[in-house]
Design a protein around this ligand. Structure first.
Ligand SMILES: Nc1ncnc2c1ncn2[C@@H]1O[C@H](COP(=O)(O)OP(=O)(O)OP(=O)(O)O)[C@@H](O)[C@H]1O
Ligand SMILES: [Mg+2]
Length: 371
C-alpha cells in the first residue's frame, strides 16, 4: 500500500501537519472542488474494499457508492456541491456500502469563503464491527443476568405463594425448610446483584480503591479460620509466608474479596490441600502503578483437577464456568478487575501437584501524598 494516497491536493503532510492520512485509524476521503477523489487513505480502502489506484481521481459517488438504509444513493440525496450555501456538512450516520456492509459516515464541506462554493468535501468512515460487538456483548450480558436472576426468584416466588396460600396445612418443620430455601435464594440474588454492580464499576473504570496499610498474611489467616469454622478441616489449608514482606497499601475489603474468591474456588472446584504462599515480589504486577518495582505476590494452589490448558485464557472472562459445581462464573472476572485496579496482575497456571494455581501480585501502592 502506498503511503499518503493523495493526489492533486498537495502532499498529505501539508494537509495534516506531521500526520500521514494512512496512519489514521478511521477512513478518510477527500474530494476536490469538482468532486474528484484526491485522498483515500489506507483505512478507507480497507472499509470500502478498494485500492488507492481505483479510488484516486474517480468521482466521489463512484469511489464511495454509499446508500442510506432505505436504498437511496446518498451522494444524490445530500448533494454536497449543490444545495444551500449555508450547509457545513453531514452528521455521522449509518450508511451502506455495496454488499449491505454498514459503515458510519460523516462529511464536512469546506468552503474557501463563507457561503462560497464547496472547495473540498472531507469524509470520515468508521467500521461498525466494534460497536456491534459491544452491543452484542451487552445483549448477551442482559440475557445471562435475566437467566441467573430468574431461577432463584422463581423459587422465592413459588415458596412464598405456597406458604401464603396454605400456611395452616404445613408443619413448623416444613415451613422452616421452605423459609430457609427462600432465604438462601434471596441471598443468591443479593450476591449476584452486588457482583453485577462490581462488574459495572470495573467495566466503566469506576472501581474505587481506598488504600490503607494491609496485613495480607493476617487477612489470609482470617479466611482460613472462616473456612474452618464452616466445617472445612483446618488441615486443608497451608499458609507459607516468606518474611520480611514489603509494605502493602491496598483496599482491605477488596483484597478480602480477592482472597475469598480464590480460596472458595480452591475449596469448591479443587481438591486436597490448599496452599497459600505469600512472598515479596519483584516488579509487582507490571501494572503502570508498580511504583518502585517491589510488591507482594500471593499464590493459591490446590490439588484438584486444575484448569484445562485450553480454558486458561477464558477463566477470567465473565460468566465462564468450567465445572458443574460452578457458581455464576463472575468471581474470577471481579478478582482480576480488583487486582488490576490496584496496579497488579493475576495469572493462572498449573500447581506442582497438578491442581490449579492462581498467582496475583500487588505493588506497594503507597498513596501519592505519603511518598
Ligand atoms: N481452583 C480451581 N480448580 C479448578 N477449576 C477452577 C478453580 N477455580 C476456578 N475454576 C473454574 O473456573 C470457573 C470460573 O471461576 P469463577 O470463580 O469465575 O466462577 P464460579 O466459581 O463458577 O462462580 P462465582 O465465583 O461467581 O460464584 C469455575 O466455574 C471453575 O470451573
Ligand atoms: Mg468462584
Amino acid at each position: 500500500m502506498t503511503r499518503g494516497t493523495s493526489r492533486g491536493g498537495g502532499p498529505p503532510g501539508a494537509l495534516l501537519g506531521a500526520c500521514d492520512p494512512d496512519d489514521l485509524p478511521d477512513g478518510l476521503v477527500v474530494a476536490d472542488a469538482l468532486g474528484r477523489v484526491v485522498c483515500f487513505n489506507a483505512a478507507a480502502c480497507r472499509i470500502a474494499r478498494t485500492t488507492p489506484e481505483e479510488a484516486l481521481g474517480a468521482p466521489l459517488e463512484r469511489a464511495l457508492p454509499l446508500e442510506d438504509l432505505t436504498g437511496r444513493r446518498w451522494w444524490s440525496v445530500t448533494d454536497p456541491y449543490g444545495g444551500l450555501a449555508t450547509r457545513t456538512g453531514q452528521p455521522e450516520r449509518n450508511l451502506l456500502l455495496p454488499g449491505n456492509r454498514e459503515v458510519l459516515v460523516a462529511a464536512r464541506y469546506i468552503r474557501e469563503r463563507p457561503l462560497g462554493p464547496v472547495g473540498k468535501v472531507v469524509v470520515t468512515l468508521r467500521g461498525t464491527e466494534a460497536r456491534r460487538r459491544t452491543e452484542r456483548s451487552h445483549a448477551e450480558l442482559i440475557a445471562t443476568v435475566a437467566h441467573e436472576l430468574r431461577s432463584p426468584l422463581t423459587s422465592v416466588k413459588g415458596f412464598t405463594a405456597t406458604l401464603l396460600a396454605k400456611w395452616e396445612r404445613f408443619t413448623d418443620d416444613q415451613k422452616r425448610l421452605m423459609l430457609e430455601t427462600v432465604d438462601a435464594d434471596a441471598g443468591r440474588v443479593t450476591r449476584l446483584i452486588a457482583e453485577l454492580l462490581d462488574i459495572s464499576r470495573i467495566d466503566s473504570g469506576r472501581l474505587e480503591v481506598r488504600r490503607q496499610p494491609v496485613d495480607i498474611a493476617a487477612a489470609v489467616g482470617r479466611h482460613i479460620r472462616a473456612h474452618s469454622s464452616c466445617g472445612q478441616s483446618p488441615d486443608r489449608f497451608v499458609a507459607r509466608i516468606r518474611r520480611p514482606l514489603p509494605e502493602l497499601w491496598a483496599d482491605p475489603d477488596k483484597i478480602d474479596q480477592v482472597l475469598g474468591n480464590l480460596l472458595e474456588n480452591a475449596v469448591r472446584h479443587g481438591e486436597g490441600t490448599v496452599t497459600i504462599d505469600i512472598a515479596p515480589a519483584d516488579g509487582a504486577g507490571g501494572g503502570e502503578d508498580a511504583d518502585d518495582g517491589k510488591g507482594t505476590a500471593v499464590t493459591v494452589s490446590d490439588e484438584g483437577p486444575g484448569i484445562p490448558e485450553e480454558s486458561m485464557a477464558r477463566v477470567f472472562t465473565r460468566f465462564w464456568r468450567g465445572s458443574k459445581r460452578g457458581g455464576t462464573g463472575l468471581g474470577l472476572y471481579i478478582v482480576k478487575g480488583i487486582v488490576e485496579a490496584h496496579g497488579g496482575a493475576i495469572t493462572v497456571g498449573r500447581a506442582p501437584s497438578g491442581g490449579a494455581q492462581f498467582r496475583f501480585t500487588l505493588p506497594v501502592g503507597t498513596p501519592p501524598g505519603l511518598l
